[in-house]
Each structure stands twice: as structure tokens, then as C-alpha cells.
Design a protein. Structure first.
Length: 173
């Protein structure tokens, strides 16, 4: 069973809220029954206020983390779409057939010839023939050169926005 962290933290915060409410009600009841301010209740009252402050802090941090996670997921989605676009542009440029595109996509994902044949339900010889056609059309000798052509495009043109400038206090190694 996989527990989602935000749900778990929300549950913990809810328990803390209940505990804080119990403590505050107890302090107020003790003040009411004592007939006035009782300095011996000060530590309990301060502890209750500290617990409420902690709850507020945890809530703010949790909301910030959830917004950050959503932002990162959007960025990954955009980067994935952009990468897919770069790959598809190369396939178009190389004028790959539908079968060759299928084999090339599986190759880019890192599948072996046997794995590609298994996924496509074809013979390994057929996959090898498609790979040879892909290499020829891409003007490459092997899988590594095909991937290198794609990576060169990514390095020359960033996927998202302008390049990030390095902090002037840091040096490149």
C-alpha cells in the first residue's frame, strides 16, 4: 500500500489541531474554575500556542511544497513534449516509414533488438533491417550515432527558455 505524503502530513496536522484544541479548552476550563489568572497554567498555555504556531508553519510549508511539486510536474511535461517534438522532427527529416519510426522510437528508449522484436511482434531480422534503414537515412553508422544526432539538437537548442547563467561566484570545472 502506497501512502501519499501530502495526505499523511495533512493527517498529522489534523491530529495536531485536535490536540491543540484539547489543550486550549483545558487551559480555559482551568482558568474559569480557578476564578482568575493562575500563573501555573502559563506553561500549558504557551505550549498550546507553540503547537498552534507549528501547525501554521507546517501548513504553509506543505502548501509551498505541493505548489512546487505541481510546477515541477508541469515542467517535466513540457520538457517531455519538447523532447518528443525534437525526436519526431528528426524522424520527419530522415523520412522514416511508420515501421521505422516505431523501431526508432523503441531504440531511443533503449530497448535491445530482441526487446523491440518482442514489443512489435516481429522477427529480430526485421528489426535489424529497419535499424539499418534508419542508420542509412540518418547518415549514422549505429545506434549511438543516431542518439548523438538527437542529443546534439538538444544541446544546441535548449528545451525550455534561455540557458541558465552560472553564479559568478562558482567556476565551471
Amino acid at each position: 500500500m502506497k501512502v501519499r505524503l501530502p495526505a499523511l502530513i495533512t493527517g498529522i496536522i489534523a491530529v495536531q489541531v485536535v490536540c491543540a484544541a484539547v489543550f486550549l479548552v483545558d487551559v480555559m476550563r482551568d482558568v474559569a474554575t480557578s476564578g482568575g489568572p493562575d500563573w501555573s497554567l502559563l506553561p500549558e498555555a504557551l505550549a498550546s500556542l507553540a503547537l498552534l504556531t507549528g501547525i501554521g508553519f507546517e501548513t504553509v510549508v506543505l502548501m509551498h511544497l505541493m505548489r512546487r511539486k505541481a510546477s515541477l510536474e508541469r515542467s517535466v511535461g513540457l520538457a517531455s513534449s519538447a523532447l518528443q517534438g525534437v525526436i519526431e522532427n528528426h524522424f520527419d527529416e530522415w523520412k522514416l516509414t511508420v515501421s521505422e519510426r516505431d523501431v526508432a522510437a523503441l531504440m531511443v528508449k533503449g530497448l535491445s533488438i530482441a526487446e523491440i522484436a518482442g514489443v512489435r511482434g516481429s522477427a529480430e531480422g526485421t528489426v535489424k533491417a529497419h535499424l539499418n534503414a534508419i542508420y542509412r537515412k540518418a547518415n549514422a553508422r549505429n545506434r549511438a550515432e543516431v542518439l548523438s544526432l538527437i542529443m546534439d539538437t538538444l544541446i544546441d537548442k535548449p528545451l525550455l527558455g534561455p540557458p541558465v547563467e552560472m553564479d559568478s561566484r562558482r567556476t565551471a570545472t
